[in-house]
Ligand binder design. Sequence first.
Ligand code: NAD
Length: 491
Amino acid sequence: MPTDQVRNYVAGSWVEARASEFTDVLNPATGERLTLVPMGKALDAGAAVEAASRAFSTWRRVPANDRIQPLFKLKALLEEHFEELARTITLECGKTLSESRGEMRRAVENVEMACGIPILMQGYNSEDIASGIDEMMIRQPLGVAAVIAPFNFPAMIPFWFFPYAIACGNTCVIKPSERVPLTMRRVMELVAGTGLPKGVLNLVNGGRDLVDALIDHPSVRSVSFVGSTAVARHVYARAAAAGKRAQCQGGAKNAVVILDDCDLAMSTRIIADSAFGCAGQRCLAASIGVTVGRAKQPFAEAIGEAAARRVTGNGMDEQVEMGPVISSQSRARIEEWIGRGVAEGASLLVDGRNPSIPGGEQGYFIRPTVLAGVDPGGEVAGTEIFGPVFSLTHAETLEEAIALINSGRYGNMACLFTSSGAAAREFRSRVEVGNVGINVGVAAPIASFPFSGWKESFFGDLHGQGRDAVEFFTQQKVVVERWPSAWSRKF
Ligand code: NAD
């Protein structure tokens, strides 16, 4: 049994997984091995779900005001260890320190929001729906919630779900991505110091077998998933077939539309940050730019310059503006898509392949890449590349640009850059995506709003965060009451 494996956190204790297979966790900036992650199986899922299930019977009866006290403590601990957590994200995921700090801020925001549960989960009532009869709707927790996360936001994404789940009175099992298990391990070490009762929050490590075992476990009542579309569809179908509540966020191909009345310098800066921030490994990354009318030439030149200027290297260096991609396999896949774009007739305005990064020879680096003249009907224009590759295509009118976006299979985000309120209003109303940015390049909803997503970017009804989270993690019970009494008989 390897001694440096990541352990599971079950019923308040750190335990070894009963796995026989292990995967290396690598620092994407250096290729160095950080630890080993066990590929957990049904026995590990079972132990965690049963611990959560046992804890549920008492946790659900704890008053909401008392349930949020450990969350206040967690917020304080996250602030205290903020920098350390940000560095852990950069170490295992590769993004820059400032991106990791931004991610941590979003994680903390969700804890703050969930502290409002005593008021957020209130029901409603009507007196005298018939003579002497009252009716009320109360919200109750469901039971054990499973949370399954992707690699690209090791901290933030589990926080889209678990603070709300436990504040509403559920108990929870979290499965981080096997590529980035260290951040949530550290979070759970902090959770251990919050006074949260044992078993309310559990952590298990593994890959697809563990995900399936969690979904299949009869005591799991809800599944919150974020990852690629193929897996989101699988998780949604499997959970739904077993009669479970599921919310599954998938992949994306986000378009930004550039009108010729936009502020070119500002728009270019914002779009470059969206396309190349987190090395393009963000579900809200701008992936394809649609220039309209006279914006074509000036924007192509400006974004090409911004791409070529971006400082790429180890995210631990504060001067670096873009880190590596997650793995050598990801890099090979992204490079293949760049080649495919050229084969489809695009020209390489900036080629980021085979970069020379001092000290990063063993890391998984690609510099920002810009493909111009991408065929809007081709494969590159419709496929999620999930790397620092920005494609350019052109439309004669805004109408044509909206039609192009609406013809895609994904619906995560679309953005418009303009100084026209009328164009912005038209775009906002007609574009078929869940998150819209107007002169904003990463339209990420804050914790009090749902993180939306349409079409193949989302399977389910209720999204993560905001009021949707409260709806998702509670079930409604309607009570109709009559209390005959000597007092009421007097009337
Ligand atoms: P992924 O789908 O490979 O993995 C996500 C999770 O699913 C991991 O925990 C993994 O262990 C598990 N998994 C992988 N294959 C599985 C299978 N066959 N069956 C069951 N479980 C399986 O995704 P990733 O590469 O970690 O993350 C990148 C993807 O996530 C991108 O497509 C990105 O757009 C998407 N994403 C979407 C959002 C959103 O809000 N819509 C946010 C972040 C990331």
